[in-house]
Design a protein around this ligand. Structure first.
Ligand code: TRP
Length: 448
């Protein structure tokens, strides 16, 4: 078997905002599975410290600097190999803010108005009777565009994220397709990957472990501190010898995230046999410490040698920029920021810009009811077709695919699920679908 070359490998990219100290929840939910996944030879990993994003939430420079160091040291100590993957700091890649601007110019303001994080702030202000944009920075508003630039800069195929970030990936897709639509096929449309099987870790108080609940256990603290924190995990008041419930026991759930199936079964049995909480906590402490102790030395070493971490990150940035610099050059040229003497063809590679700008397009989105919708809009934004809700993005995507391939026939078969926009004739919608089908065929041809 040959190893795929870097061009064939699936690019997996994710960012970590540098505002906090990694805790066991981050370890179990993100660091450990990501390090594991980074070993897959069929993929190329891009992992970066999203420190520009951190500025949106945090105005404490010392905290940003410290968090960047702690997160970088944690990931490396947990086994991320900077020689194998791209591991860099966002702010070391000046091409990212430049791409952010290009994307800003192809993103509808209305789209950003609908971003969850921004909308939540506006809703809160409205509820409190404040100005809707009170205390909302333009940084928060622009968050999805910066994130889009992170992703599109490296032509990432897959972006593993939490559920709260799916909307951002969909926006990044829309930005890429708008850009490509206007300037030719330069950017890759990314896909969100949601890891369903990853454990959600409860914190000290039994709620989800999260900095905002102040219930976390740091991934790297001394053995003694770890033990002390574990002794503070909530339990019920059952005495030693009384059988205990594993259901709803934070201690048990945390143990499960570290232990093998056999170890977990043994603790379940001990619960049934009435193990005392002190003993159960000791078992949990020993199990976690067994996993963390071997990484602790390297973590300490890095934390105490920040210059070493700087060097690793700068080397990563240099590697990443080998990809970013040529792409930004290509994009600058594509949008017209180019030598005045350049005689390059103004046309984008396939259809002419005018034809493409006039082309209709599908927009997919999710509504408050939790369902997935799409609409077909023409170049002026007029709605030609409107779907009802689908249970999953996949079903919505399948319907779009059918419409694109079989236009009139598929439209008839979909019945009430897809209806014509107001004042739109069926012939208008079907000819828009034909245009799209022709575009697809052309794209397939140019790829072949
Ligand atoms: N917004 C992400 C979060 O809060 C962090 C992030 C920034 C990110 N840029 C990204 C994640 C690009 C994936 C891809 O979790």
């Amino acid at each position: 078997m040959t190893t795929p070359t870097s061009n064939q490998r699936t690019r997996v990219l994710t960012g970590i905002t540098t505002t906090g100290t990694p805790h066991l929840g981050n370890y179990v939910g993100a660091i450990r599975p990501t390090v594991q996944a980074s070993l897959n030879p069929a993929t190329q990993g891009f992992y970066f410290l999203a420190d520009y994003h951190a500025l949106i939430k945090c105005d404490d420079p010392v905290r940003i600097q410290r968090s960047t160091l702690e997160i970088a040291a944690s990931w490396i100590a947990a086994g991320l190999d900077p020689d194998r993957v791209m591991f860099y700091r966002q702010s070391d890649i000046p091409e990212i803010p430049e791409l952010t601007w290009f994307l800003t110019c192809v993103t509808g303001k209305g789209v950003l108005n609908r971003a969850h994080a921004y909308k939540a702030s506006v809703d809160k202000n409205n509820l409190a009777g404040n100005d809707p944009d009170a205390d909302v920075s333009a940084g928060l508003f622009m968050y999805p565009v910066l994130m889009g630039a992170d992703i599109l800069m490296f032509k990432a195929h897959k972006v593993p994220v939490g559920r709260d970030q799916i909307q951002h990936i969909e926006m990044a897709r829309d930005m890429a397709s708008s850009f490509n639509h206007l300037y030719g096929e330069h950017l890759v449309l990314p896909e969100a990957v949601i890891e369903e099987s990853v454990a959600l870790l409860p914190g000290l108080d039994g709620r989800k472990m999260s900095k905002s609940y102040d219930n976390t256990i740091p991934l790297f603290s001394s053995s003694a501190q770890l033990k002390k924190l574990i002794s503070g995990i909530v339990t019920d008041s059952r005495a030693p010898c009384e059988p205990k419930d594993t259901e709803g026991s934070a201690l048990f759930q945390i143990y499960q995230a570290f232990a093998s199936a056999e170890e977990t079964a043994a603790l379940a049995k001990a619960y049934a046999d009435g193990i005392g909480w002190g003993d159960a906590k000791q078992i949990l402490f020993e199990r976690i410490d067994r996993e963390v102790a071997p990484m602790r030395a390297q973590y300490e070493e890095l934390i105490n040698n920040p210059a070493k971490v700087d060097a690793i990150l700068l080397k990563g940035a240099a590697k990443a920029r080998e990809l970013a610099t040529p792409l930004i050059q290509e994009l600058r040229h594509a949008v017209g920021l180019r030598a005045l003497a350049s005689t390059a063809n103004a046309k984008a590679p396939s259809t002419s810009k005018a034809a493409r700008a006039a082309a209709p397009s599908f927009k997919q989105y999710r509504e408050k009811d939790g369902h997935f919708y799409f609409k077909l809009v023409d170049s002026q934004g007029r709605v030609l077709l409107q779907s009802l809700g689908f249970a999953s993005p996949k079903e919505a995507g399948l319907a779009i695919g059918q419409l694109q391939q079989n236009d009139a026939k598929a439209l008839a078969e979909m019945g009430a699920q897809v209806s014509l926009g107001e004042g739109v004739a069926a012939s208008e919608a079907t000819s828009a679908l034909e245009v799209l089908r022709a575009e697809l065929a052309e794209k397939a041809k140019s790829k072949a």
